[in-house]
Design a protein around this ligand. Sequence first.
Ligand SMILES: [Fe+2]
Length: 711
Amino acid sequence: MDIPRGSGQKVLIVDDDQNHVQLLKKRLEANGYQTITASDGVEGLNLAIHQRPDLVITDVLLPRMNGFKLVENLKSNPETNSIPVIMMSAVYVTDEDMARGFELGAETYVSKADLALRKPLQEEMLLEAAAQLMQREKTEGVFIPPRVLIVDDDPEATRLITKRLQPEGYQLDIAHTGEEGLEKALSTTVDLVLLDIKLPGMDGLDVLTRIKSRHPEVGVIMMTAYGSEKIAVGALKRGADDYLIKPLDEGEPASTVRLNLEKLRRRREVENAAVKLRQTASPDMEEKERLIQELRQSSIALMDQYNRLLSAEEQNRAYAERLEQMVDERTEDLRRRSQELAAMHSVLTAATRSLDLPEVMMITLGELDQLMGGRAAAAFVVDRNTGRLRLVAQHDLPEEFLRQVSKTPGGDGVFARVLTSGVGENLPDMDEEPSLRGLGGVGAAVVFAMRSPGETVGLILEICDVPRDIDESGWKLLDAIGEELGVVVENARLYENLRQAYLSTIRSLAEAVDAKDSYTRGHSDKVSVYAVAIAREMGLDEKVVSAIRDAGYLHDIGKIGTPDAVLLKRGYLDEQEMHQMQMHPADSCKIVTKAQLPPEITQTIRHHHERFDGTGYPDGLKGEAIPLGSRILAVADAYDAMTSDRPYRDGLSADGAIGEITRCIASQFDPQIVEAFLKIREGVEARLLQEASVTIATEAPMSATELDQKD
Ligand SMILES: [Fe+2]
């Protein structure tokens, strides 16, 4: 390598690392320079003042006075401020150090670590910088101040920028539009452009692209409003050198312009060095090309460092945002999945624990409400005989609408479509679906099928205030619920068929009992009708009413085992006969229990001869310890028996029977049940009369007590 530069110029080396001092000294002297050395900042400053070197090379970390302070003192002293300074960082150069060094007035900045590693490139750069700096001093008279072009349509902004840049001694020019800015940037020699992004006509990004495509060496600093940093980062990717956020901080744009001009100057220096190297005659072309390549890469690496930092920061931020978004999405997904699983679990639990269709459906509708944010819902099953949709459970839907849905065999509109296809529908605006207009409000609806293998057995309707997006997994869940409910419906049907078969058998027995005594034929049916009417009058739940109806039909079935001699005996029974007669409620209970009827029916039957005062049979229960259904049956049973003819006596009149029942309030009957009975009696009797052959007997006095022996 033969690059002779020095011709006796004096270089002051300030460094406390003697090894490094000797290394530098040797290299500089080998290149024709004189050297003087100082081992701390104070000594360096004194030597600079008294010996006026042509160049100062200083370390940053120094005893007594560090490199930054030394530069500051040198540059603020009129006697030394023209001496160029090269700073060396102890480790690799950081942007922050570099910026501070330049701000204080250092001319260049190199890495001491690289020098120590004897990297030829850095060594050459140092020598080149030294030569150029000293050359510059010699030709100071022709030094041209940098030219800065300001492109901004806001006069207030250009005024402020001009005011702040003027003290720096730049040549300033202003353009008010993108077009004007581009023209000036391309037609005159401009070092740096301060370019606003938002401009009338051609915008800043466009101007940037065109400048960089023609003159990549021109520096461009973008200016953008607070909050538009992303656009600025986009501009960096399109070749901008830096950006500033408006409103400008104090000290801006001076600081950023200074930093970027320095970057540009160093870039030029490196490029010049590369050109010179290329021009140097050397037989070793390969080595030269390698050096040029290395120079270029080094230059690019240095220039891109700042942008990389910005870009890395931007990428980190974007990654953090994406990560946050991913975490949010995953959390939401997990929350939704766990909610779906919980819903499915509830439906499955209800389905396995209960054969009661309305109960399972109500639990399901509640879960669906939670899952879908629903405000009203209904479950219908298809009646196999009529093809109509039969309501099984619902909440918050108008009766008229529900009646309409159940009216047409096969359903209307969306109900018919889902029934036929088995495929659910999501209707974001239910007002657009004629079959849902009966709901008369805004909102969205989801209808899906309950399916058992091979057929659609029912439908679920869910009404939401706002439309729900149902993705593939959402439909899978609804289909799974639909299939589970399909099995429930099918099981309930099977169970009901089975129960009906049992009931039918038992009712045949009950009829056989009635048939033993032609006088009591139809008694069980009538007791059932009265009991149901009383229960409804008392406002009891339909499930309870249904149990009471069944109990009414079957309450005397145990009489099948009572000897005819006792059952049909005229007049009073002796003690043994009485005992045989009193066996029938317990026997009835045993028979229906074997038929697996639920306890609310079997217990109602067992206790229908208990008395309110505790003197009844079979268990002598008292007051409210007697099941409510049994207390109701007791009144219905007594009234029908008293008003019916028997072989051994005529029936009482209605008034007579009522009188007898009223007399026995509190002893035999529950007062509140008698009260309800008195309210419904007339209506029921009229209906029974109308329906069939009910004999309302005429005068024939008989007491409730006597009657209680046998019925
Ligand atoms: Fe009885």
